[in-house]
Design a binder for this molecule. Structure first.
Ligand SMILES: C[S@@+](CC[C@H](N)C(=O)[O-])C[C@H]1O[C@@H](n2cnc3c(N)ncnc32)[C@H](O)[C@@H]1O
Length: 395
């Protein structure tokens, strides 16, 4: 275990003026971004392993404080590093901010749900969803960045959470594959077509050759927006094993989605991350000019809000009737949150904003639109997060 022993003055960050102006314009207090120890670190202990708390405390040499409003969440001082601890390496604990935990809790996951996580990587929320789901149902994780989704797969294997999970490298704005709903005693096997066998990290030679050929034809880019979703992981309980490839890649029709769509959808959309204090503080190493390009550039923000609306719209399309969708971002700007929600509602008459019941006990406040929530870093002791929950009306 390592402890950061720098003095309070050394921990104060010098933020660029343009970012300070951005924070003030968005009603945020710059002081909280300047202090590296302003928010605690949160961990979740895997259910059933709570009795290991004393052992974990002895190992990291600090007390774990239980968070009153989220089960199995604990907080610890921000300067305690957990990565070298045995509990972390053995997959007993994982780091996840409490506000992120709240966004997942807002989904109201029940056993047997088929859940879609449309922007899944690197996977902290996906792990929490799988933890809540237990031993039935499935989670489909989608992300456009293959290297980030590969990291997510490593996490699933480390925490032994992959049995009910599939991971697709795909564009969430067009992804259209339904969950596999296997009724007991019903075979998913169709005719004599090629079927999925037990998951293997090495793809068959034929498939690798096909992928290489496709890459040569389209050039060296990481992901082509028109490419079919690439399945990079599936667990033994996802219904994939024994399924024909044709059946797996059969897209959902709008009529089919009503009954066969996902029960719950999480759209934790790509954003400028300005609510995440830890993320912003990393720009000290990456260079503040990068912050200008990634966070403050108006043109990029415009592109991002278009992407967010497309992700939300497609996530909602894949939701079954009466299902629940949560939209979240770790930006605190109105443009990426309330404005996206407003536009989405005006274009989707079957979408209804719903109250997030447990939020009455959470340290958050209402967003500019009633029923939406904002975790403010300055008052919540969490990273910043915007959360909105919708249901699909059966029309
Ligand atoms: C805020 S992060 C998601 C964090 C994740 N939910 C977690 O808890 O670890 C946003 C993610 O959206 C992904 N993304 C960006 N554009 C996308 C698209 N068109 N389709 C799917 N994913 C996309 C990014 O690669 C990034 O991993």
């Amino acid at each position: 275990m390592e402890v950061d022993e720098s003095s309070p003055e050394e921990k104060m960050l010098q933020l660029p003026d343009s970012f300070v102006t951005f924070l003030i314009q968005n009603g945020l207090d710059p002081a909280i971004y300047k202090q590296s120890d302003s928010t605690p670190r949160y961990i979740r202990i895997k259910p059933g392993l709570e009795h290991h708390v004393p052992e974990i405390e002895a190992e990291i040499n600090c007390t774990l404080e239980r968070l009153s409003w989220l089960p199995n969440f604990y907080f610890l001082p921000p300067d305690i590093r957990i990565a070298s601890s045995k509990a972390y390496q053995d997959g007993k604990i994982y780091g996840i901010d409490a506000a992120s935990g709240a966004a997942v809790s807002a989904l109201g996951i029940s056993s047997g749900d088929h859940v879609l996580d449309l922007c899944a990587a690197p996977g902290a929320k996906l792990c929490f969803i799988l933890d809540l789901l237990g031993s039935s149902g499935s989670v489909t994780g989608v992300d456009i960045a293959k290297h980030r989704l590969a990291a997510c797969r490593t996490m699933l294997l480390k925490y032994k959470l992959g049995e009910h999970c599939r991971l697709f490298v795909a564009d969430g704005t067009t992804f259209s594959l339904p969950p596999v709903r296997v009724k007991q005693g019903e075979s998913t096997l169709e005719g004599n077509s090629e079927v999925y066998k037990e998951w293997n990290s090495r793809r068959p030679w034929k498939e690798r050759k096909r992928a290489l050929k496709a890459k040569e034809t389209v050039g060296p880019q990481l992901f082509s927006r028109t490419e079919d979703p690439e399945l990079i992981f599936y667990g033994s309980e996802t219904g994939v094993i024994g399924l024909s490839k044709d059946a797996m890649y059969r897209k959902m029709t709008d009529d089919g989605i009503f009954e066969g769509g996902y029960d719950k959808v999480l759209v934790d959309a790509e954003c400028t991350h300005d609510g995440s204090i830890r993320h912003i503080q990393k720009f000290e190493q990456w260079g503040w000019e990068t912050l200008q390009r990634r966070v403050l550039d108006a043109e990029r923000t415009d592109e991002i809000t278009v992407l967010q609306l497309q992700l939300l719209t497609n996530g909602f399309r894949l939701l079954k009737a009466n299902g629940s969708l949560v939209y979240s971002t770790c930006s605190l700007t109105v443009a990426q949150n309330e404005d996206v929600v407003e536009k989405f509602l005006s274009q989707n008459t079957s979408a209804e904003l719903v109250e997030i019941g447990p939020a009455k006990d959470w340290p958050c406040r209402s967003g500019r639109i009633p029923k939406t929530l904002r975790f403010d870093p300055s008052t919540s002791c969490t990273s910043g997060l915007f959360v909105a929950k919708f249901t699909k009306l059966a029309m």
